[in-house]
Design a binder for this molecule. Sequence first.
Ligand code: UT7
Length: 323
Amino acid sequence: MKRSVAIGWGSYLPEKMVTNEELAERVDTSDEWIVERTGISRRHVAAEGELTSDLAVAASEKALASAGIEGSDIDLIVLATATPDETFPATATTVQARLGMTGGAAFDVQAVCTGFIYAISVADNFVRAGQAERVLVIGAETFSRILDWEDRATCVLFGDGAGALVLEAQDGNGANTDRGILTTHLRSDGRYHDMLYVDGGPSSTQTAGFLRMRGREVFRHAVTNLAETVGEAVSAAGLELHDIDWVVPHQANKRIIDGTARKLGLTGDKVILTVDRHANTSAASVPLALVDGIEAGKIKRDDIVLLEAMGGGFTWGSCLMRW
Ligand code: UT7
């Protein structure tokens, strides 16, 4: 059978950094409140005129370079974003052109903070079906553009960034000793729309709108949903929770990350944490953390790596891979 093995990775954060203290000058908040409730100390914000596609291209160029290949060697781009450059065409096609890829296909997927898990799952299924050989999977966001900067309950939580992974079809024997993606699990439940949404869109208001969230409710569902999807992934792969070497969680809130790890009986030293430096970058959060873990020398060949995320919709999901 075909396995999707990661052969390249890269990430990009906009140059401009905004600290909690700077936000406290704009809204009624404090560094102490933000750190205590979320674990966030700072976030990166895209410069004026810097678009989601710019962030995606920067991360992708690094991913292609680390794989030792060119854009023309890719036959599929799956880009996860909730903040596309334009309503259409897909930001993935803009990235495709800028990477010099004239064949294959490129499209966006939209699952907000779970976007990268959805994108990697779609990519893996293309590989397993024999329809793609090399896939560039990207998570890229400019959430700063859909934040209500007057709303202290949301504007302190998010940041901008991008991460990318090159997956290659390689032969495996179907056992959990194979390298590459072992299993992916996607879930959604649209009844929870009002907990986390954007109050605009081309069809409803003809504007992009601003993010609205009932944080406490999202928090309540997050730990339960994440623990459930991690359990599903581990058992589908015929593994145990203690087999996981690294958890790469969606970086929304350190308390959610800690709570999920505790519920699963996983120790903190197995969890990659970037929320303090990146805040919540939605679909970019998991690939940014993954690349951070690789570049810090933590994630190594043959490690069992678990990716998990939860976001608006609700959507949630997991991906288990042998690195
Ligand atoms: O990516 C997936 C989507 N997002 C998430 O996963 C986020 C999930 N939710 C959370 O992370 C947390 O619920 C928050 C960080 C959003 C909020 O933390 P919390 O401990 O649930 O606080 P809360 O919403 O219960 O608010 C507590 C108090 C409130 O004041 P009162 O009503 O108790 O007087 C808020 O008005 O904190 C107040 N508050 C703030 N105070 C200072 C809310 N935001 C701020 C702020 N600074 N930035």
